[in-house]
Design a protein around this ligand. Structure first.
Ligand code: ATP
Length: 461
């Protein structure tokens, strides 16, 4: 099925407890969102899938969780204080503010481009000269608010990794090449936030810095470029194999020279075909030795690696895959959404999440609220709950409960009925029905073999 429009997803996300607009009772706030009970599970599952592929399943990557607030010199050395800017222009007639690069790309539907210039809803757009606007949020540490107490909210996770390079090498006895991975929240004062959780002020990132020996020839770093290409391919494939994105809606896009960030010698984006066009999910950047060198120089504490082969201290080169967790989450909702006709010709809405991503893995549903079913249904729930994220639901008709589980993407429902517990003095078979979300196929399974049967149907959970 083609991807649904964004409004469908935004409305389902709110109705079913995935994502709520933040502070709605106060009229909202700058495109910020709160993750509801199912959203928080979905986010944890995507983060966990990333952490598993990037850290636990590899011998050459370790994790880190660095402080959010840190010495502001970190952001001077990294170049963010000077260079983490967007070019802004203001429309003189409607006073609206635009990012010049986005304006030139035609990203604002309310502004039309004509041969004689731009036109906004208020008339002819006349723009101010572009100004560079720094996207880092500032805060003050301590009781006195002056220049010396300024601290920054991190706009990316990478710098916490660079400043800990030496700590990790020494404490974990690491040899090059190896990576350090981190997932956490980042903040950017986006001038035009929007499009649901695609662009927000506060968002989660999943980043890894992979350190390698510097190339022998800086001008022709062929081994380093092989590593860069390796990570580009790995990361593309992760979205297909582990998140379940249709590869026909993914592409790789290499940045043109003038588009590169201040630290990058080359960047390739993994892009997704959103309902409004192609947009970035992840950037894989060749950061060379820019960051380690810059921190070494500003701090006066060189961040180097001792190469035992040559008996020399070297500054490693870095490849960085930097992914957006919040954006990936939006894509999992878009990709999972399906509408199908049901047996009565009505619409069945199903979120076809991969089992590892699905917020709830199994729903235990007694056929009705009848007291006779409850003890066995609770026993089944207690059996599954320690192993799989399981939900118990006995309200409303069984058909409606199946629909609800389909709409939140639960791969399996387990139904306890009168055949399970026995009726009119006859003994029950102590078996339950497993109903599969996508095929709606139903299979009778003894409770004694239920854990195994569920496990077989939920690979990677
Ligand atoms: P964009 O060009 O869309 O602003 P970027 O190139 O600045 O993104 P990076 O600095 O490479 O983004 O950050 C890595 C990832 O973090 C992005 O690919 C994206 O998934 C995510 N990301 C960046 N900014 C935001 C934001 N404001 N809201 C949500 N996710 C974001």
């Amino acid at each position: 099925m083609p991807a649904p429009d964004l409004d469908t997803i935004v409305s389902l996300a709110k109705r079913r407890g995935f994502i709520f607009p933040s502070a709605e009772i106060y009229g909202g706030f700058a495109n910020t969102y709160d993750y509801g009970p199912l959203g928080v599970e979905l986010k944890r599952n995507i983060r966990e899938t990333w952490w598993r592929s990037m850290v636990r399943d590899r011998d050459d990557v370790v994790g880190l969780d660095a402080a959010l607030l840190t010495n502001p010199k970190v952001w001077v050395a990294s170049g963010h204080v000077a260079n983490f800017t967007d070019p802004l222009v203001d429309c003189k007639s409607c006073q609206q503010r635009f990012r010049l690069d986005h304006l030139l790309e035609g990203a604002y539907p309310e502004v039309e481009k004509h041969a004689e210039g731009y036109r906004c809803p208020r008339g002819r757009c006349e723009f101010t000269e572009p100004r560079q606007f720094n996207m880092m949020f500032q805060t003050q540490v301590g009781p006195v608010a002056d220049e010396s107490s300024i601290a920054y909210l991190p706009p990316e996770t990478a710098q916490g990794i660079f400043i800990n390079f030496e700590n990790v090498v020494a404490s974990m006895r690491r040899k090059l090449p190896f990576g350090i991975a981190q997932t956490r929240v980042s903040f950017r004062n986006e001038i035009t936030p929007g499009k649901f959780v695609f662009r927000t002020l506060e968002f989660e990132q999943m980043e890894m810095e992979y350190f390698a020996m510097p190339p022998k020839d800086r001008e022709n770093p062929s081994e380093y470029m092989d590593l860069y290409r390796y990570w580009v391919n790995e990361r593309f494939q992760w979205y297909v194999d582990r998140v379940g994105i249709d590869p026909s809606r993914l592409r790789l896009r290499e940045h043109a020279k003038e588009e590169l960030s201040h630290y990058s010698a080359g960047t390739t984006d993994v892009e997704y075909l959103f309902p409004w066009g192609w947009g970035e999910l992840e950037g894989i950047a060749s950061r060379t030795d820019f960051d380690l060198k810059a921190h070494g120089e500003l701090s006066g504490h060189p961040l180097t690696y001792f190469d035992e082969e040559t008996n020399q201290h070297v500054v490693p080169w870095v490849v960085e895959p930097a992914a957006g967790l919040s954006r990936t989450l939006a894509v999992t909702l878009l990709e999972a959404y399906n509408e199908e006709p049901d047996e009565k010709g009505d619409k069945r809405i199903v979120l076809k999440f991969r089992p590892n991503i699905a917020p709830i893995k199994v729903a235990v549903l007694p056929l009705s609220k009848n007291e006779a079913l409850r003890p066995t249904a609770r026993r089944v729930f207690d059996l599954l709950r320690p192993v799989f994220m399981t939900q118990y639901d006995e309200t409303q008709s069984i058909g409606r409960r199946y629909r609800r589980q389909d709409e939140i993407g639960t791969p399996l429902c387990v139904t306890v009925d009168f055949q399970t517990v026995g009726e009119n003095g006859a003994a029950g078979d102590d078996a339950v029905t497993i109903r599969e979300r996508d095929s709606q196929q139903q299979t009778r399974v003894p409770i004694s073999g239920l854990l195994e049967a569920v496990g077989e149907r939920l690979p990677g959970c």
